[in-house]
Design a protein around this ligand. Structure first.
Ligand code: PMP
Length: 437
């Protein structure tokens, strides 16, 4: 049996001790605290390409990539150059700029279902704004979401929420009023009949149906064949605004996101992270008649001092333009990620574990269960304790995974075949160690 290599995390540990005195739980976003996997979080110092370096000088191969946006790996020169070029002209104006127009044009070209788009500062703002607009447009109050999908921390979405809320056991957060909670309906993912029933039981009251077209926030869950099409038809039939939350999948699963990959046209789309190349950005957009409800064109209010920030748009335009001009990189990302997913599946099978590995394009998840995972209930059959041991084993071997079972892994173009081999070697050792095999 291979023993976990030692890792000096003394500077990280000291910073975490200080952080806990000043920041709730010592972190600015819950999943970073490593609660689900034991141990203390690693504090990062710098990153280049596929590699992260922590404050103690340890290096890790990165499979989080800032939870998605670093699709070209860390610190790509084209993005750094764009940001450096922009900085000299002030960091913010709170007034319109040329790059906001260019960014909107670029987003529309890549995601044709978007006829008008509004920039915001995070995915949370994008989804909160999108449902307000859908409510304003339809004059209805309720929204329908899916168990285990995460749409940021807006009150309406913290009902059966995925990601960190699920990991920490607070899928329904205290602080959300009963009034808000009662306007959010939830049903299991990949179950069209459940959606039909919910619509029938709330006839004419549902403003929007929001989902992650490929779910990343209960681990990676793939839409069943015909599922997205079925949702599209139900929404059209019942006058419900169909919102694809592509904060993770947009510009990642294909240039035009999951909607391009599956050939479905939503009414609205929410975007985040990736359009800022790592800077804080989000966006929501969709059909012109719906988006023209937004102030000052219409009466649905939504605003932001830093929205369309000149540095964020500089970074975003650089990264999106690169993606637009290099369609071949999606095939390569797919090939590399398929090697990672297939290799992991094979290692598990060889060890008699038969774990479920889900993959779409450059996102994948290893579920510590032998059950196929198509919804939250399946995902929850995972052995999260064994996952925690595996996570630590990988970390100590220089592989940085998402620190929770209910998250997806994100692959960047910086992962080469050689690095896949490196990952697979570590995976075999860490899997054995986590299960005492
Ligand atoms: N929607 C989805 C699908 C997400 O994955 C996330 C965050 N991971 C959000 C919304 C919220 O985005 P942010 O964290 O930028 O507020």
């Amino acid at each position: 049996q291979t023993l976990t290599p030692a890792l000096n995390l003394s500077t990280s540990d000291a910073l975490f001790t200080r952080a806990k005195n000043h920041i709730p739980g010592g972190v600015n976003s819950p999943v970073r605290a490593f609660r689900a996997v034991g141990g203390h979080p690693v504090f990062m110092q710098s990153a280049q390409g596929a590699w992260l370096t922590d404050v103690d000088g340890n290096r890790y191969l990165d499979f989080i990539n800032s939870w998605g946006p670093m699709i070209l790996g860390h610190a790509p020169q084209i993005v750094l150059d764009a940001v450096q070029g922009a900085i000299g002209n002030s960091l913010s104006f709170g007034a319109p700029t040329r790059r906001e127009v260019e960014m909107a044009e670029l987003i529309k070209q890549m995601v044709p279902s978007i006829e008008k788009v509004r920039l915001v500062n995070s995915g949370t703002e994008a989804t909160m704004s999108a449902i307000r607009v859908a409510r304003g447009y339809t004059g209805r109050t309720k929204i329908l979401k899916f168990e285990g999908c995460y749409h940021g921390h807006g009150d309406s979405f913290l009902i059966a929420a995925g990601s960190g809320a699920l990991t920490l056991g607070t899928p329904d957060s205290p602080g959300v009023t009963p009034g808000v909670a009662q306007d959010t309906l939830t049903v299991p993912y990949n179950d069209l009949a459940a959606v039909e029933q919910a619509i029938a039981a709330n006839d004419g009251q549902i403003a929007a149906l929001i989902l992650e077209p490929v779910v990343g926030n209960m681990g990676l869950v793939v839409p069943a064949e015909g599922y997205l099409q079925g949702l599209r038809e139900l929404c059209t039939q019942h006058g419900i605004v169909l919102i694809f939350d592509e904060v993770m999948t947009g510009f990642r699963l294909a240039r035009g996101g999951a909607q391009e990959l599956y050939g479905i046209t939503p009414d609205m789309t929410t975007l985040g992270k990736i359009i800022g190349g790592g800077m804080p950005v989000g966006a929501y957009g969709g059909r012109q008649d719906i988006m023209d409800q937004v102030a000052p064109a219409g009466k649905v209010y939504q605003a932001g001092t830093l929205s369309g920030n000149p540095i964020a748009t500089a970074a975003g335009i650089a990264q999106l333009t690169y993606l637009q001009q290099h369609p071949e990189l999606y095939d390569e990302l797919n090939r590399i990620t398929t090697r990672l997913a297939d290799g992991t599946r094979q290692i598990c099978a060889e060890l008699g574990l038969n774990y479920t590995v889900n993959q779409v394009g450059s996102m994948f998840s290893v579920f510590f269960t032998d059950k196929p995972v198509v919804n939250l209930e399946d995902a929850k059959t995972s052995d999260t304790e064994a996952f925690g041991r595996y996570f630590q084993g990988m970390l100590h071997r220089g592989i940085y995974l998402a620190p929770a079972q209910y998250e997806a892994l994100f692959v960047s173009t910086a992962i080469t075949d050689e690095l896949v081999d490196h990952y697979l070697t570590a995976c075999r050792e860490a899997m054995r160690e986590a299960h005492s095999l």
